[in-house]
Design a protein around this ligand. Structure first.
Ligand code: COA
Length: 154
């Protein structure tokens, strides 16, 4: 298993992951993303300094993606807080791969950037995701509009 930064060539893979019905059901924004919207989003994502977009590969084959977004870059009270989103390819789910992918992505982030904490926003019914983050040491700090907000503090 290895983690690498996403590239423009990953566009089709990332769009497929984004528009998968289960991914959408558990996303903050649940609508279908068009190819055109996605192309613009990806192009921007690859150049922004407040976003890190990663691809997880197993035996050279992409198995999922992790995105980190810097929260409130100008907030002095919460500097270096990153919000994480993780998605595995539908045929790779339920096999215990999410934990290793999450850890590899967290390691990649901390090697690249200062990190005070990592947060995740998970829908209350997203059992696999809640189990994943609980096992990885994330603690719930709030619930909000059907989401559980979790944090991995230093
Ligand atoms: C969330 C996601 C990455 C988890 O990956 P996964 O391969 O399904 O999960 P894993 O097989 O690695 O298992 C993670 C934990 O969830 C549990 N789990 C997995 N599927 C489950 C299910 N359907 N119901 C209940 N628990 C489940 C596992 O037992 C494991 O818990 P444990 O470590 O305590 O045994 C994956 O389901 C996914 O990509 N979902 C769609 C996108 C999404 O919801 N992302 C999260 C938003 S931040």
């Amino acid at each position: 298993m290895r983690i690498r930064p996403a590239r423009a060539e990953d566009a089709a893979l990332l769009l497929e992951l984004r528009n998968d019905p289960d991914t959408r059901r558990y996303s903050v924004h649940t609508g279908v993303v068009t190819e055109q919207e996605h192309r613009a989003w990806l192009q921007q994502s690859l150049t922004r300094t407040d976003r890190i977009l990663l691809i997880a590969e197993q035996d050279g084959e992409p198995i999922g993606t992790v995105r980190f977004d810097l929260e409130n870059p100008n907030d002095r009270e919460e500097p270096e807080t990153w919000e994480l989103s993780i998605t595995l390819a539908p045929d790779k789910r339920g096999r215990g791969l999410a934990g290793p992918v999450l850890h590899a992505a967290q390691n990649h982030l901390t090697e690249q950037r200062p990190v005070r904490s990592i947060r995740a926003r998970v829908r209350t019914g997203n059992t696999a995701s809640l189990a994943l983050f609980a096992r990885a040491g994330y603690r719930q700090y709030r619930t909000e509009d059907g989401f559980v907000l979790l944090e991995l503090a230093p």
